[in-house]
Design a protein around this ligand. Sequence first.
Ligand SMILES: Nc1nc2c(ncn2[C@@H]2O[C@H](COP(=O)(O)OP(=O)(O)OP(=O)(O)O)[C@@H](O)[C@H]2O)c(=O)[nH]1
Ligand SMILES: [Mg+2]
Length: 343
Amino acid sequence: MFIDETKIKARAGDGGRGCASFRREKYEPWGGPNGGDGGKGGDVVLRGDDDQNNLIDFKFKPHWNGERGEHGQGKDCNGREGRAALLRVPLGTIAYRLDTGEKIVEILEDHQEFVLLKGGKGGFGNTKFKSSVTRAPRKTGPGEPGEIGEFRLELKSIADIGLVGYPNAGKSSLTNLITNARPKTAPYPFTTLHPQIGVIDYPDTHERLVLADVPGLIAGASDGKGLGHQFLRHIERCKLLVLIIDLAGTDTRDPRDDYKSLLKELELYDEALLDKPRLVVANKMDEDSAVVNLKKFKKRYSKVEIVPISCLSEEGIPKLRKELLKRVKKMRAKEKKSPRTKA
Ligand SMILES: Nc1nc2c(ncn2[C@@H]2O[C@H](COP(=O)(O)OP(=O)(O)OP(=O)(O)O)[C@@H](O)[C@H]2O)c(=O)[nH]1
Ligand SMILES: [Mg+2]
């Protein structure tokens, strides 16, 4: 199961109580107060974890509590701090407050930590209430309660490249060919039911690109057709969109219409997606019909840049790999100059 949106209820630990105690020894019968402070309650912390790829852990365990701080003890022993509740979330997770919808944080890096809820402070032991007037205080502080909150977690995958196309266009075949991910491929629509993230390796230069294979998009997805728009959030952060088109027209559609409706669906989801750089990849060029269709396609869309490939014969694949790296690097350089502000 792939979960990219879920709710959680969390509570940080309460602080421990301070202790009232007095030093009593054989030759020191009035040794004064020595009650320790209570320990701080455990926080609720989000931590980015590269090994996680969806929010399923939180679907099945929606309640998270930080540990209570230990109470203070005699002999000036402070209580131990409560252990934090550590929520390991995939990179690209966004936390929103459930009541107000306010965005609190985005976790984008491995090991990045954010305290979602603070544990309560421990109460003072009676030692802290000692003064020249009150030399044997019995007063202690109660521990503060930990913060409580409900949140919505949403995952927007972090990938350099978002691969979109009709079902059966060959998205998963391409992902299998150029990345380390192994999504299933089959000649029926909607073989891939949730996004697959894969890494394209360039061993010569030790460079890597992350690619997201997003389930098939069809005309009418905005009205909930097919898998609808539900997975397009995973391409919102991509630097480059790759529109892969079945040029052989295997499913008896005209590739030129496929291109048009893909753009339309992207626009209906979020117009900003059309501002992203994109590359059109013409797949299944091993088929005769594809050669004819490519000519027609080029005629109608003379200004659109197209990279013809075949996942079957692997024709055009090395060129595509190079092209992807070149374009993403350009975008990375551009982003460095003007860092992204929008999620
Ligand atoms: N002839 C030919 N067939 C291909 C090529 N690439 C993919 N196919 C076939 O097209 C069918 C669909 O491929 P997939 O990679 O599963 O397509 P997809 O876009 O991931 O499809 P969904 O997951 O259903 O959205 C499979 O039967 C592949 O073998 C190609 O270059 N040439
Ligand atoms: Mg697929």
